[in-house]
Design a protein around this ligand. Structure first.
Ligand code: 2AM
Ligand code: CA
Length: 257
């Protein structure tokens, strides 16, 4: 087993353990706190899930960088583990069962191992650089749709109020694409692109832990990740467009109009 395969196996195990805990705790949330503002929420389950993941990873990778959403950040390491212990916390709090556990290992700014577990669906997605993307052991790929009128586009909006611009941009797609959806979890959106259910995902104001694993899943499934200026996407930038690699130019053109 090479180093990345090994990292992948440990990350899968951590995601499964944390995911099962999160699923079990869904309707038994003990505390909901505000972070930066009243719309920025964290529960005791997010915190505990992060502890579980870091403690599992640390058994093997002690001393490495662990960058979890629920801790203070001074800077973002170029190499380390990026962890979102519950991506879709607002869904989780409301009992909307679309949320996931997202773990990525990033080397020199590039995700090389990515795991997303959707515990309610019992779907484990994973990818290792150069080896493709898998869902519960089956290889998956992005869609081949290239006609915007047949495409489903998903979007994220964060609790950042500047995110209101996102709705102006989304309006530009109406009437040009089949439908817009917003499921409330960036990692879920990435999984949907990787398996070919959705054709594009456009995000703004997200953080590296929201997108690092999804970045690799989409890329290894044959998709493309760009920034909104049309250059190669980077997990440290907060404007990203994930697509099936067929419709990026068309979407970017519409967003710029
Ligand atoms: P979270 O549940 O981990 O906070 C909602 O469309 C998506 O945006 C979710 O993936 C959510 O992740 C993310 N999100 C919301 N507010 C955010 C913020 N301030 N910073 C980073 N990600 C955020
Ligand atoms: Ca989170």
């Amino acid at each position: 087993m090479n180093d990345l395969e090994y990292r992948l196996e440990i990350a899968k195990k951590a995601a499964l353990i944390a995911g099962n805990y999160v699923k079990k705790s869904q309707f038994n949330i003990k505390s909901i706190d505000h972070k930066t503002n009243v719309f920025d929420l964290v529960t005791n389950v997010d915190k505990k899930s992060q502890e579980i993941i870091i403690s599992e990873l640390s058994k093997t990778f002690k001393g490495e960088n662990f960058i979890g959403e629920e801790q203070k950040h001074s800077d973002f390491a170029k190499t380390g583990w990026y962890i979102d212990p519950i991506d879709g916390t607002v869904n989780f709090i409301h009992g909307v069962q679309i949320f996931g556990i997202s773990i990525a290992y990033v080397e020199d700014g590039e995700p090389v191992v990515g795991v997303i577990y959707l515990p309610v669906f019992d779907e484990l997605y994973w990818a290792e650089k150069g080896k493709g993307t898998y869902l519960n052991g089956l290889k998956i790929s992005v869609s081949s749709r290239n006609n915007l009128q047949e495409c489903l586009v998903v979007a994220s909006h964060s609790n950042n109020f500047q995110g209101i611009e996102e709705f102006d941009r989304l309006k530009k797609l109406i009437g040009k694409i089949r439908r817009i959806r917003m499921f409330g979890s960036a990692c879920y959106h990435a999984c949907m692109i990787a398996r070919g259910a959705v054709d594009a995902f456009w995000s703004h104001y997200l953080k590296p832990w929201d997108v690092a694993a999804g970045y690799l899943l989409v890329k290894e499934a044959g998709g493309e990740i760009l920034n909104l200026e049309g250059s190669k996407g980077d997990i440290f930038r907060n404007d990203l467009l994930f697509t099936n690699a067929k419709i990026s130019k068309d979407i970017l053109k519409l967003l710029k109009e």
